[in-house]
Design a protein around this ligand. Structure first.
Ligand code: MLT
Length: 411
């Protein structure tokens, strides 16, 4: 007898994009130990947790050390004190009503967007925008929903919706029917956003076609323009067709602390083989209570401090700080004559590679000549070829230094 593996894993690219980049950068650093590399590749924040957060975090850790305030297992869905704060802070001000049972606290939007596909049948047709955050694709590959990758870098059974300069990065409705649609806005990686009208097109499509939208709003805090929705539930009818993913990583610096949440309204339904409706809220609740032990008590206390007046002030300062970096990147690269997208409602800047360079060639040029690390657009899907992503998450000093170095290249 031999143990058989899940062969779907063999259909994946050999490395997750950010692992591949790290390996290349480490190799370069080994060969060039004096190079001062500035990392603007992975979207990881650099500013520390707000004081308001660390104060509460510390208090909660101390509570864990005393018998009368110790917490053992908490509710898998999250503590009500955090859920109520989320609803009051993120949804009520936008006129969105949610009940506590519709919010599921978790340790990350990556995990939730990767895990959510488990509650859906393998026969469902999945649509992704292209380029796309690779987790949506890879988690469906692992599950066996996509078939093999074909020439051109597309998985056989996935529907790709190209978002490029040609359509102003606005996804067009699919020409063939789809069941599950992943949308990430503000978008990772292109940094572009959808207006209320543009997002309404998708909600209406989903209602008409009985599809479900998996809406990743991890970069919501970076929205600056008025007509950009912060939540998909600002769009009429979205409660019936959309699941929303949010995170404390990018607004409050929780990438190393881990806290996020997913909203599954009770109206969103999936159907069994006999055509009977089932609430996805119950299925997700069943999945989480079986496979997830909840986020630790101190981390949930820390996350709730994000909504305190001091917490809000501090996170706004951090977001402003990163957005200043974004505008420096935009302006510097524009001045070089490059075509630049994003960076207005998002910490990501999406750059058209100069000349005939492909994504990896431009990546190599920036690494070798400027010691700046970006993410090659091709790592996000075939329509990312010919682009490269920079993040605004570095320090102001490093961002300026990186832009000076790139400005001195002959491109
Ligand atoms: C990215 O660089 O795309 C981010 O790290 C995504 C993430 O938060 O996982």
């Amino acid at each position: 007898m031999t143990v058989k593996i899940n062969e779907n894993y063999l259909l994946l690219e050999s490395n997750y994009i950010f692992i591949e980049i790290n390996q290349r950068v480490e190799k370069y650093q080994k060969e060039n130990p004096d190079a001062e590399i500035i990392r603007m590749g992975i979207g990881d924040v650099t500013r520390p947790l707000p004081k308001a957060v660390t104060n509460k975090f510390t208090e909660a850790v101390n509570e864990m050390g005393k018998a009368d305030t110790f917490h053992g297992y908490g509710p898998e869905q999250g503590y009500d004190f955090l859920i109520e704060t989320i609803i009051k802070g993120d949804y009520e001000p936008r006129g969105i009503k949610l009940s506590n049972e519709e919010v599921f606290v978790s340790d990350g939007a990556k995990c939730d967007t990767g895990n959510i596909q488990e509650i859906f049948d393998l026969e469902n047709i999945v649509a992704v925008t292209d380029p796309v955050y690779p987790v949506y694709v890879d988690s469906n590959v692992m599950a066996g929903r996509t078939g093999p990758m074909e020439e051109g870098g597309r998985y056989q059974n996935l529907v790709y919706i190209p978002c490029t300069e040609d359509n102003d990065f606005i996804p067009e409705l699919p020409k063939t029917p789809v069941d599950l649609i992943y949308l990430c806005y503000p978008n990772n990686p292109t940094g572009t956003a959808l207006t209320k009208e543009q997002l309404s097109v998708w909600v209406n499509y989903a209602k008409k076609n009985n599809s479900i939208i998996l809406f990743d709003a991890a970069y919501e805090a970076y929205i600056r323009e008025d007509n950009i929705p912060h939540s998909i539930y600002e769009i009429e009818g979205a409660r019936e067709v959309a699941i929303e993913f949010r995170s404390f990583s990018k607004n409050a610096g929780f990438t190393g602390t881990r806290c996020a949440y997913t909203v599954v309204p009770k109206e969103v339904m999936g159907y069994d083989n006999e055509g009977h409706p089932h609430s996805l809220n119950s299925l997700w609740n069943r999945r989480q209570t079986t496979k997830f032990n909840g986020v630790s008590y101190p981390v949930q206390v820390a996350a709730s401090a994000v909504y305190s007046p001091e917490g809000q002030k501090e996170i706004n300062e951090s977001v402003d700080y990163y957005m200043k970096n974004a505008s420096i990147i935009r302006e510097s690269l524009r001045a070089l004559g490059l075509s630049i997208y994003g960076g207005i409602n998002s910490p990501y800047i999406w750059i058209k590679t100069p000349g005939d360079m492909d994504s990896w060639q431009f990546f190599d040029l920036l690494l070798n000549e400027a010691h700046v690390v970006g993410t090659p657009g091709i790592g996000f899907g075939p329509s990312g070829e010919g682009y490269l992503r920079l993040t605004a998450f570095n320090t102001l000093k490093n961002t300026k230094e990186a832009m000076d170095r790139i400005s001195n290249l002959s491109i």
